[in-house]
Design a protein around this ligand. Structure first.
Ligand code: GLU
Length: 444
């Protein structure tokens, strides 16, 4: 029997009905078998059993009043997963699909992602089943204030520093920050992704998408390829997708498709990003509107953006959006590289299809770490009460992404796993956290 199989079975038993959490843990533990063999001291110190159990899980009621004067009740979460190498750090997700299992899967992945950045940040995640879609600004503000009224008791600049994720952008961070400051009479860097006039960092908004492209660029460069002249399909049209598209274009690639949860647009001559920014960032509308800007673009209802032929595919929407069938279609259409901008967008079966067919595969934990890395740079600037220029932050981000690629590919090689960046990223991310946990001992 494999060394970590019992740990996995315990996770399933102790966390029933949380399939996304099981999926995230299984992938990591499978990668870590070779580490457990080489490091019996980590097995003995219970590092594996400890790392799959959150240090603290907070669940709370979030009551708020809608525009019709009715009381609404949502559920809030903050999972403080691991603080071995720094304060808990990770985003807040507002989406109706949110429940404890989703926050735990995201918080668990965040431990390794944050470790890979090389910066001193632990892993955490939070959010709510609140659906921001179609809500007025006042309703969003009321919800955010109520959410922060409870969350403020559990976070702090040296304890836990939340940020955005799906459904939480600049507007929400503003309302959350305002409420925190009101309650605490304290202006600190307790959240990242702040506005530029009140402690935010340049490049934070662009960072996840840009960082994804820097990572994928490194990965394909190692095989003699580049974005220049490549046809790229991106799923999603939120913050990650938009700035991934922007960087692909800057690097000489052509983005021909984007999507949202309703459908996808195909614009064969290349997406007009100004139109997309207007639709999504200003008007907060659906991607379907794009056809009003470009009559030669095609909108298709439903999933299936991966049916469009491309060289490089960047899934930037949400978990498990790419299944085995989608992966087979991408392979059949000649796609040679996939980079995960979202968290866990490819199912294990899809990843296997890519790996079996020699598709270069960049796992989210490594490839989308640019967002949280730039959040850590925001924390750094807040501590110094200083700010760097766009070029300075962008250069740091680029170097961090290169470093993550190097650490992941070297870890894979060191453990005899060739080009397997999934395993490499898990191992490199784990080792640093494990060493810290080991050094800090167990309180008993
Ligand atoms: N939500 C992003 C992530 O998945 C960013 C988190 C942060 O900046 O703290 O990594």
């Amino acid at each position: 029997m494999k060394i970590l199989e019992k740990t996995m079975q315990n996770v399933i038993k102790r966390n029933p009905s949380e399939p996304e959490f099981h999926q995230a843990v299984r992938e990591v533990l499978e990668s870590l078998e070779v580490v457990a063999e080489r490091h019996p001291e980590y097995v003995e110190a219970g590092i594996f059993e400890r790392i799959v159990e959150p240090e603290r899980q907070i669940m709370f009621r979030v009551p708020w009043i809608d525009d019709n004067g009715n009381v609404q009740v949502n559920r809030g979460f903050r999972v403080q997963f691991n603080s071995a190498i720094g304060p808990y750090k990770g985003g807040l997700r507002f989406h109706p699909s949110v429940y404890l299992g989703i926050i735990k899967f995201l918080g668990f992945e965040q431990i390794f992602k944050n470790s890979l950045t090389g910066l001193p940040i632990g892993g955490g995640k939070g959010g709510s089943d609140f659906d921001p879609k179609g809500k007025s600004d006042r309703e969003i503000m009321a919800f955010c204030q109520s959410f922060m009224t409870e969350l403020s008791k559990h976070i702090g600049e040296d304890t836990d520093v939340p940020a955005g994720d799906i459904g939480v952008g600049g507007r929400e961070i503003g309302y959350l920050f305002g409420q925190y400051k009101r309650l605490k009479n304290n202006f600190t860097g307790v959240l990242t992704g702040k506005g530029l006039t009140w402690g935010g960092s340049l490049v934070r908004k662009e960072a996840t998408g840009y960082g994804l492209c820097y990572f994928v660029d490194e990965m394909i460069k190692a095989k003699g390829k580049s974005f220049k002249g490549a046809t790229v399909v991106i799923s999603g049209s939120g913050n990650v997708a938009i700035y991934a598209a922007e960087k692909v274009m800057q690097l000489g690639g052509k983005v021909v498709a984007l999507s949202d949860s309703n459908g996808y647009i195909h614009h064969a001559c290349g997406i007009d990003l100004d139109a997309v920014k207007q639709i999504k960032e200003v008007d907060r509308k659906r991607i379907k509107e794009y056809t009003n800007y470009h009559v030669d673009s095609i909108y298709t209802e439903g999933a299936g953006v991966y049916n469009i032929k491309c060289d490089i595919f960047l899934p930037c929407a949400t978990q498990n959006e790419v299944d085995e069938k989608a992966a087979k279609t991408l392979v059949a259409n000649g796609c040679y590289a996939v980079g995960e901008g979202a968290n866990m967008p490819c199912t294990p079966e899809a990843i296997k299809v890519f790996q079996d067919n020699g598709v270069l595969f960049a796992p989210g934990k490594a490839a989308n770490a640019g967002g949280v890395a730039t959040s850590a740079l925001e924390m750094c600037q807040n501590s110094m009460r200083y700010s760097w220029t766009f070029e300075e932050v962008d250069e740091k981000l680029k170097n961090i992404m290169k470093g993550i690629y190097k650490a992941s590919s070297e870890a894979a090689k060191a453990y005899g796993l060739d080009d397997n960046l999934v395993a490499g990223a898990n191992i490199a991310g784990f080792l640093k956290v494990a060493e810290a946990m080991y050094a800090q001992g167990i309180a008993y």
